[in-house]
Design a protein around this ligand. Sequence first.
Ligand code: TRP
Length: 334
Amino acid sequence: MLDGKKTLFSGMQATGTLQLGNYLGALKNWVDLGDEYQCFYSVVDMHSITVRQNPAELRKKARALLTLYIAAGLDPEKNCIYYQSHVSGHAELSWILSCFTYMGELNRMTQFKDKASKNADNINAGLFTYPVLMAADILLYQADVVPVGSDQKQHLEITRDIAERFNGVYGDVFTVPEPYIGKTGARIMSLQDPTKKMSKSDENPNASIYLMDDPDTIIRKFKRAVTDSDNEIRYSEDKPGISNLIDIYGAATGKSIEETEKEFASSGYGDFKLAVGEAVVDLLKPTQDRYAELVKDKACIDKIIKVNGEKADYYAKKTLRKVQKKIGFPERIR
Ligand code: TRP
């Protein structure tokens, strides 16, 4: 609880380019949460180095993501938007928590197994302890709720286990976080393989709509979207491509499946794809325009980074000092 509100924490990696799935599934929904929750949104650059990064690229992408948070409508006065690496408490708490996490638990993490198989030449210890750092992110701010996608559920579970284990030994130190169950965002699938989630790490650029794609590119990608060939705009399990487009259209316009089916009852795929493309162009335009304005104002973004980083650090230190005391680290002499 902060200022009478429950606390919410979430983070995103700056690697890969944010796409429509991230926007509709996460970012867009975050905008409304600020009234109800005290929100922390971190650009988790420390998680990013578990796979090798180009330094200049990482810096650029981290800043772009932070700017995009704001462009998408997250008010930096209401939401704490900051870089994970600017708050040293993440690393400090992560070390402590790693001493309360079992190898066997980490061994069971499906994301580790998946990433290890994809990075066979660099299975580093950070990749293995990734969930511990994520637990530190969440517990550092005593978060009550964490909005996470299905791929991160297991990491939230282990966070809860670590918090409960720690509390079991030292008393009620950490708030045990719950998954945020709210208006769930649409689950957006790849435009090239609609049985797969749209992913920012997909190598085929035609599979994803990136948030910064220009209107022509967006329309072209929708025109090329993979669909079946019966030319009927109907939501059905055996029509994953068209169903995905109906979902996207619905998320962009607020129209229900039935409304969309009715609206396009006498249209072919070509017209429908164009309409979906245009709806997405309209949806993204305000964010794109604001982004273009924001990047011009370096001083403004710098100030947000400084002020919010300090604010996050303040709350992080509060928890960290409490934890350090509980486990018996010597007191600081002032
Ligand atoms: N691991 C998350 C992802 O890749 C990002 C993340 C890091 C996160 N720390 C977090 C998400 C804390 C929620 C809460 O999507």
